[in-house]
Design a protein around this ligand. Structure first.
Ligand code: FEO
Length: 380
């Protein structure tokens, strides 16, 4: 794919990764993109790079845009290797005069690449640089999604280059939100939020407030992954406001794994009862649903009902994996119940309760344990 001009003299020069299927336990079943942006003015600045195996895509695109002109600055919005691991190669080829990053960004670059000799220049929240006609303002975006992160806002273009925030792991030949199905786009954006940013929801809220107080008009949001928000950037800002609020819907998830279908029968019975109460309910068997897809459903659910048979005095491994993953992302405002069948000891339910207590999920029932089959075969 060639460079794409997203605003006058601002180019997408990123790379498409159609094949990646995992991002730290999140299944990226539609691949992803590593977006980098080149701002061409009296000075030329590159914002972020791409994952190292794609460095030649980036270098080729930069050459197609600028020819023999020098890239003056590399702005490092985020050091995680999917955005910075091409930097060592670029430093050799491009030889920029400055690497602009937050103080934490400089630390992280040193920790990753061990190059004291690179021309770092630390920038502060609210600081601007002039490239000629264009002005770049830096906005600290700590913990979105690493401590080093910042946004770069092009004042004249009203373009927010937003690092990981507002992204999606979705590889497409299209580059803009108004070129794809909006419901597909929002599903990918929700999955990304639920699996990467949910933990940082209080910081997301604060950052949205900060950007509001700065009075920045935003006409376009260009994240480091997925589609660029050109048609309606307010849509994703509003969605981030809602997702970070974590207001629960009247929606229950029955998340379970089963050994001899007994716990599954319990799951179906619980699901039937909830449906009769007009509660939207989903049964999510962990043998059939990846943890990151379950996490996406957890984003707006009100009730989490976890079920596991007991195996070797514990819960089934898939449930331990799921609870560990949920614990890390710290969803708020949920109620929970545990259930499961057992043969003789029955530890799964108390262990799930313990995990829910640690996660501050409000346990509304001590849990349902049933020995062996829950009822006569075939009656559910
Ligand atoms: Fe896309 Fe935090 O890296």
């Amino acid at each position: 794919m060639k460079p794409i001009e997203i605003k006058k003299n601002v180019y997408w020069v990123g790379a498409l990764d159609w094949s990646v299927r995992d991002f730290h336990g999140y299944t990226t079943n539609k691949g992803t993109s590593y977006n980098a942006y080149l701002i061409v003015d009296e000075k030329i600045a590159l914002v972020d790079t791409v994952k190292e195996p794609f460095k030649s895509d980036l270098i080729q695109k930069i050459g197609q845009v600028v020819g023999s002109r020098q890239v003056d600055y590399i702005i490092v919005n985020h050091v995680e290797p999917d955005h910075s691991s091409s930097l060592p190669a670029l430093m050799e080829i491009v030889k920029p005069k400055k690497i602009l990053c937050t103080p934490m960004g400089k630390n992280k670059l040193l920790e990753h690449y061990h190059r004291e000799d690179w021309p770092y220049e630390e920038v502060k929240h609210g600081q601007t640089i002039r490239l000629g006609q264009k002005t770049v303002k830096f906005i600290e975006a700590r913990m979105l999604h690493w401590p080093d992160a910042m946004f770069s806002y092009l004042e004249e273009d009203r373009l927010l280059i937003s690092s990981d925030a507002f992204g999606q792991h979705w590889c497409t030949s299209e580059r803009f939100d108004d070129e794809v199905d909006p419901s597909d786009l929002m599903k990918h954006a929700a999955k990304y939020y639920a699996n990467i940013l949910l933990l940082y929801s209080p910081l997301v809220k604060k950052l949205i407030e900060t950007v509001g107080k700065m009075g920045l008009e935003i006409k376009m949001i260009a994240p480091d992954h997925g589609l660029i928000w050109r048609g309606d950037p307010s849509r994703i800002i509003q969605a981030y406001g809602e997702w970070s609020d974590q207001k629960p819907k009247r929606k229950a998830l029955i998340i379970y794994d089963t050994m001899w279908h007994s716990t599954e029968k319990m799951a179906r019975a619980i699901g039937q009862g909830l449906a009769e109460e007009k509660i939207s309910v989903q049964l999510l068997n962990l043998k059939a649903n990846h943890r990151s897809d379950v996490m996406t459903e957890i984003l707006d659910a009100g009730a989490l009902i976890f079920g596991s048979a007991t195996l070797n005095n514990g819960m089934l491994p898939s449930m331990a994996d799921m609870l560990h993953y949920v614990r890390g992302l710290r969803p708020q405002n949920k109620i929970g119940v545990a259930f499961g069948s057992y043969g003789w000891s029955g530890e799964a339910v108390p262990l799930i309760n313990q995990a829910m207590e640690e996660m501050k999920i409000k346990i509304v029932d001590p849990g349902i344990k049933i020995k062996h089959y829950t009822t006569r075969p075939g009656s559910l």
